[in-house]
Design a protein around this ligand. Structure first.
Ligand code: ADP
Length: 242
């Protein structure tokens, strides 16, 4: 579903991703871990086409995302949803409208269809009773759930999650992990998550990729990475965060 071939990204002469190769199979849930500044968020930003690689190719669902023409990029980009650390909801729109706006305007769904699906998704994230509320009336955790429903409303093949628990109060983190685990189990969406939450990496993902200085240091199922890491650098990182 996702393939990076020799992707290099530099910012101001500094190499942030260094000839990076990796792939994620359809329906898999991958967690990117590693020290701050190792390039994890840059990978999500490349997939969202918020930044462009300096070298290499990126494909999603077998279609070229980079290098590609503007029209192709738009088409491929449509299959990718992202939930940010900050929820970025539209404050002047009610919750249901936040979830239906893009399906109506981008996918061309009728408002009725979009609302039906929107209500289902808001039920899924436990917010069926809040469809008519404005986001400002909801807690941070509830707003994050709306952001997840909004991303899923676009029926993405790929869902990118950037530190979705880090802006939440500690008591809300477990509930969010439960929700993401449910989504991972109940949909066939391919998930790529950047997180400092090792519980998330352990419980939700099929594969954990440890990054260091813009490279994949090692990867494997969570049981292996957490209980028998091969690299000294991974051991140090895990002992600092666990
Ligand atoms: P991580 O998510 O692993 O913490 P990032 O991908 O956010 O790492 O960042 C990797 C490196 O790239 C960091 O040193 C960061 O400062 C730098 N970087 C990220 N985005 C930009 C940008 N837009 N301009 C300049 N430097 C950037």
């Amino acid at each position: 579903m996702i393939r990076f071939d020799k992707v290099t990204k530099r910012f101001g002469g500094r190499t942030v991703l260094d000839s990076l190769d990796f792939s994620v199979h359809t329906g898999k849930h991958v967690t990117l871990i590693g020290p701050s500044g190792s390039g994890k968020t840059t990978i999500l930003r490349l997939l969202m086409t918020l930044v462009k690689p300096d070298e290499g190719t990126i494909t999603v669902g077998g279609e070229r995302l980079w290098p590609a023409g503007e029209k192709e990029v738009r088409e491929v980009r449509r299959n990718i949803g992202m939930v940010f650390q900050q929820f970025n909801l539209f404050p002047h729109m009610k919750v249901l409208r936040n979830v239906t706006e893009a399906p109506v305007h981008v996918l061309g769904l009728s408002r009725d269809e979009a609302e039906e699906r929107g209500r289902e998704l808001l039920d899924l994230v436990g917010l069926g009773a809040y469809t008519d509320s404005f986001p400002g009336r909801l807690s941070g955790g509830q707003q994050q759930r709306v952001a997840i429903a909004r991303a899923l409303a676009m029926r993405p093949k790929v869902l990118l999650l950037d530190e979705v628990t880090s802006a939440l109060d500690p008591e809300l983190v477990a509930g969010m992990l439960d929700l993401l685990r449910d989504i991972a189990r109940s949909t066939d969406v391919t998930m790529v998550c950047v997180t400092h939450e090792m519980g998330f990496a352990k419980d939700v993902s099929d594969c954990v990729m440890m990054f260091d200085e813009g490279r994949v240091l090692e990867y494997g199922p969570p049981e292996k990475i957490f209980s028998a890491p091969e690299h000294e650098r991974t051991k140090e990182f895990l002992s600092a965060v666990l």
